[in-house]
Design a binder for this molecule. Sequence first.
Ligand code: SF4
Ligand code: SF4
Length: 339
Amino acid sequence: MSNVYYKKYEGNDPKTLSGLAKELFEYIVKHENLKLEKKIPIKVHFGEKGNSTHIPPKSYNGLIDSLKYRNIDTSYIETNVLYRGSRTTKESHIKLAKEHGFTQIPIIIADGNSGEEVYEVEINKEYFDKVKLGKAYDEYDQILVTSHFKGHGMAGFGGALKQLAMGFASRSGKMAQHAKLKPSVKGKKCISCGICIDKCDVDAIHIENYAIISPDKCIGCAGCIAVCPTRAISNDWNAENFREKVTEYAYGASLNKRHIYINFLTNVTEECDCIGQQMDTIAKDVGVFVSMDPVAVDTACLDILQKNENEALFDKGRTSLEHAKKIGFGSLDYKLIEI
Ligand code: SF4
Ligand code: SF4
């Protein structure tokens, strides 16, 4: 059983979110008697260009103040994305982060200029013997892993597990998780706009009467799925074990570390912050959660969201949680403590 602490959030002011995150961080440090390292980066998602529902930079001010007050050296830390976009290279990634207002502390792109800097962690689990992560993560024993809890087309939901898995993986690690995810196009829905062709790094898409994806060329990065305006591109998720692979990568990214997990259950959208466009929110804001257990904090967020909204919401993400239980990672049982 793991403790999950939370505070309700009832406004739309990032300054308030910042105060809640700070209070929760300080509470867990005190009540779980945590030893803090001298260097603790903050893992974030800067939001794709055009996205407006990611966690805003002001929400991190309280955490940054609290770390600096303790003389802890901090920075933002992230890895490059697999698909072609504003966060594919270190230079463009940092540029976008600054444009989005993430300017308070230095920014580390953990996997180098375009994903070539890698370190491996041996896990010996069902799908992977080892995972490939951004090299700079290896320098830190403790990271504040912050996550925006919301939907995700492939994973079901995106929270702490997804942040650890995709957010820590190098480009090669991301590809390993996506491997064999071969999307296809529903012809009737395709309007032949060509947006997916521009997104595809490996020229796997061409248009005949509608977009066609060549399975021999496709590397399964899922970039085209994220950008299609008519949702014409889909996948056979169950056949590919994507969610189980995400769990195993999350396990590898947390192994022998003492990360602290903060989930923001606010601005809940159906899709993730990699979508470079405005999206409607689909659920009431709930609050901010903190735990030392990424499985417990995600389980708590999903349970509350389903109770508040509907039981089917993001339910396919349960596969990730169940796989965590199967491989002995974290705990599905949690004690929810409102502070
Ligand atoms: S982005 Fe979607 S609608 Fe546009 S061409 Fe590709 S599959 Fe068709
Ligand atoms: S066709 Fe394959 S490689 Fe190209 S963007 Fe889509 S998923 Fe990625």
